[in-house]
Design a protein around this ligand. Structure first.
Ligand code: UTP
Length: 296
């Protein structure tokens, strides 16, 4: 099978849980440390061999397109003003990745956003990475590489990343019913937002997928579910019901998922990334400790 080197990054959602911050800017452009969230997502995908990337965007999201463009005027201005040392911050503009954009014209959910990629993807497997979720610090995660290998080895129709969450958090996520133990496992079923008592495990879907193009037909046959939206999870269950094999790959130690779609985890992500900043992290930690100790 040819290399899986194409990714779809849905960024069309309204981000209402982050209002007012997201009233006139995309949540995917909110900074975590020094970069917008979606830049970490793109860097992670570039490291694992993605060569073509399709953003599924919507109204109010043009700053994402602008961010990944080469800004000749800004480069020129930094040069003429003797600020060459700042040019390194724009290195990401020169990635060999090719960007494509399409619009989700009606916001009918994540599954519907993925369906917008159908004519671009054609008949090949592809990666889906949520534009508001980072895996691990500083885009170092290789989870997608492990997922691609699992997809090929097992002739799977879908491979989903999972993160173990505290049992009292399962009601927030799509949860796996695994067929076996281990870091790579076959999925018997997926349960959307179960109660603690009914959850088949504590393994929560974690923002990365490798999918066969069969997902498009499954999505077309998926009725709106939770919140009136077409859910990607429901379409993956559709594949399972039709005899397709679905596998899960667990995030490793150090690959925590940062979903910045709510303020609690956005704040946590920002603090973790700021504390890890090579230039300012140590000073920030000292400042926090002094505050805790009542010295400020
Ligand atoms: P969320 O499930 O967090 O949805 O999206 P949302 O609509 O952005 O957020 P809230 O609930 O209003 O706060 C997860 C990812 O899927 C994209 C989002 O942009 C985000 O990156 N998405 C979601 C779409 O592209 N289209 C949709 O219809 C829904």
């Amino acid at each position: 099978m040819a290399e899986i080197n194409i990714a779809v990054v849905p960024v069309a959602g309204l981000g209402t849980r982050l209002l007012p911050a997201t009233k006139s800017q995309p949540k995917e452009m909110l900074p975590v440390g020094r970069k917008p969230v979606v830049q970490y997502v793109v860097e992670e995908l570039t490291r694992v061999g993605v060569e073509r990337l399709l953003f599924v965007t919507g109204p109010g999201k043009t700053s994402i397109e602008n961010h990944f463009d080469v800004d000749g005027e800004l480069i020129e201005s930094l040069r003429t003003n003797g600020k060459e040392e700042l040019l390194a911050a724009l290195d990401f503009e020169r990635t060999p990745l090719r960007y494509f954009y399409t619009r989700q014209r009606r916001l009918l959910g994540l599954g519907h956003a993925v369906l917008m990629a159908e004519s671009f993807i054609g008949d090949q497997p592809f990666v889906v990475a949520l534009g508001d979720s980072m895996i691990g610090m500083h885009a170092q995660s290789r989870i997608v590489e492990r997922m691609k290998a699992c997809f090929v080895e097992n002739a799977a129709e879908a491979v989903v990343a999972f993160e173990a969450v505290p049992p009292n958090q399962v009601f927030r996520y799509g949860i796996a019913q695994p067929k076996s133990e281990g870091d790579v496992f076959e999925v018997a079923d997926l349960v959307e937002k179960p109660t603690v008592e009914s959850a088949p495990s504590n393994l929560a879907i974690a923002a990365r997928y490798v999918l066969s193009p069969k997902i498009f037909e499954a999505l077309r046959n998926t009725d709106p579910g939770f919140g009136g939206e077409i859910q990607l999870t429901d379409a993956i269950r559709h594949l399972l019901r039709n005899g397709g094999k679905v596998f899960g790959v667990r995030l490793s130690q150090g690959e925590q998922r940062y979903d910045i779609g709510n303020f609690e985890s956005y704040f946590q992500a920002f603090i973790d990334f700021a504390l890890a900043d090579s230039e300012l992290g140590a000073g920030l930690r000292k400042w926090l400790e002094e505050r805790e100790g009542g010295k400020r």
